[in-house]
Write a new protein. Structure first.
Length: 453
């Protein structure tokens, strides 16, 4: 495995990666490349990489443990536990439930990474900043990926446990799972070989070490800090495959809760790499040959992929620190799913050069969110363009204005980019109706609301 992994890194400008595969109780792992181009320290199977938004499955698991204990009701309003929870739409804030936080249907904007300090009260302070956050749609109406919702969920865990989020992770998951190479932040990660993210100054530049190791601690519950070796990530995944039983046979999570997390809660528009639907925390993928659950994660220059196959007792984790990691995901995860579970990983969508021009009158307009402003237009030749201007943290970490051409895809009301971005042609789904025949949202995982013609 190591030789092919090294070749994949070189082919895709990925500085370093670590991989683990489990079948039942058997686990194999491998690593290649370097943790930082500046230091040249080699990656090993025990190296720690950030897992990004895979953390959301951990946060959901912490919350479901509280459900097991009778301390949390998924369908109770968030305000039952956080009376001061506020959004710009007070009626919506009063209605949003814990379940809606978990499956990204709460409906408020979610791409906020406000730095509220490094203290144990940073999550409490972050939730208090959400009072002006706009509501995109009625709670429960549709899916829109929401980082801030997971910060709210993490705060609920803190309140019910009466301890900081990091302490909850260590005491209620790290300890019962026997994890030895996992860190809730840089002060623990430095005790191990820890990967540094690599980013490109321009799309054509080589990846270079980022000058910041992680996002703000205030977003830890959504995926800003958690780092580990892939073997420890699979220990967590195998607990879920065992319906809540830890490696020593002790119960970490109730069987009913483990099943509930894998149950479909919200449908997702066709978006390529994302799942077909969402459970509680888990993405759900309907692949040829069977159903897979998992999650991906992206932080500052690091990307992580986790896929788990219930019923086959198979799991695979791919952790990387820059470059174009999708080729690693496709080859490694594709081989594991095929060889060990008889499941085919679908190819990522690509544009058809012969596709006819589309009537884009339903799509043309300006769409906005806290992450970016996007102007969709159609020129005199009938070509469709999306001009995207990143905002906030997305602009700060190197994202500049981009203009991409979109063409028709295999899915209705969904266009695909002609040129690849980080190895993938991105799908743009236009959903809803503004009452005048125009799409209400541009959906790329997050629903950006139409704000102008």
């Amino acid at each position: 495995m190591n030789g092919r992994l090294a070749d994949l890194l070189a082919e895709n400008q990925v500085p370093g990666a670590a991989v683990a595969v489990s079948v039942g109780d058997a686990v194999i792992d491998a690593a290649a490349g370097v943790l930082s181009k500046d230091t040249g320290v080699e990656a090993t199977p025990d190296s720690l990489f950030q897992i990004g938004s895979i953390t959301k499955v951990w946060t959901t698991t912490l919350a479901m443990q509280l459900v097991d204990e009778g301390k949390l009701d998924l369908d109770a309003p968030v305000r039952d536990h956080l009376p001061d929870f506020k959004l710009a739409d007070d009626e919506a804030a009063a209605r949003i439930t814990v379940r809606q936080l978990m499956c990204h249907v709460a409906g408020f904007e979610g791409d906020f990474f406000t730095d509220t300090g490094r203290g144990d009260d940073c999550l409490e302070k972050f939730v208090a900043t959400l009072g002006d956050t706009p509501q995109l749609f009625t709670p429960g109406e549709r899916f829109s990926y929401n980082n801030a919702a997971y910060c709210v969920l993490g705060r609920i865990v803190e309140v019910l446990r009466e301890k900081p989020y990091d302490a909850c992770l260590r005491e209620h998951l790290f300890a019962p799972l026997g994890l030895t190479h996992a860190a809730t932040g840089p002060y623990e990660a430095i005790l191990h070989r820890a990967a540094v993210g690599h980013i490109r100054a321009t799309p054509d530049a080589e990846p270079r070490p980022a000058q910041v190791w992680a996002l703000a601690r205030s977003n830890a519950a959504a995926g800003a800090m958690l780092a580990m070796r892939p073997r420890d990530l699979l220990t967590f995944a195998r607990m879920h495959l065992a319906d809540g039983l830890g490696p020593d046979g002790g119960r970490v999570l109730g069987a009913d809760s483990a099943h509930a997390m894998r149950r479909r809660q919200a449908d997702v528009p066709p978006l390529g790499l994302m799942g077909n639907s969402w459970g509680l925390g888990w993405e759900i993928f309907d692949f040829p040959g069977g159903t897979v659950v998992g999650h991906d994660g992206g932080t500052i220059g690091q990307s992580a992929f986790l896929r788990v196959v219930p019923g086959h007792d198979v799991a695979v984790a791919v952790l990387t620190n820059g470059g174009d990691p999708l080729a690693l995901y496709a080859e490694i995860v594709g081989r594991v799913l095929h060889d060990l579970a008889g499941i085919e990983l679908p190819a990522l969508p690509v544009p058809d050069p012969q596709t006819p021009r589309v009537d884009a009158s339903r799509y043309v307009g300006t769409y906005a969110s806290s992450a970016a402003d996007t102007v969709v237009s159609q020129d005199d030749e009938g070509r469709v363009w999306a001009e995207r201007t990143p905002k906030g943290i997305f602009a700060e970490i190197g994202g500049g204005q981009e203009r991409i051409e979109l063409v028709a895809s295999a899915w209705e009301d969904t266009l695909i980019s002609v040129a690849p971005e980080n190895g993938m042609h991105r799908l743009h789904a236009f959903v809803g109706d503004d009452g005048e025949g125009h799409a209400q949202f541009l959906h790329t995982g997050r629903a950006d609301r139409r704000v102008g013609p």
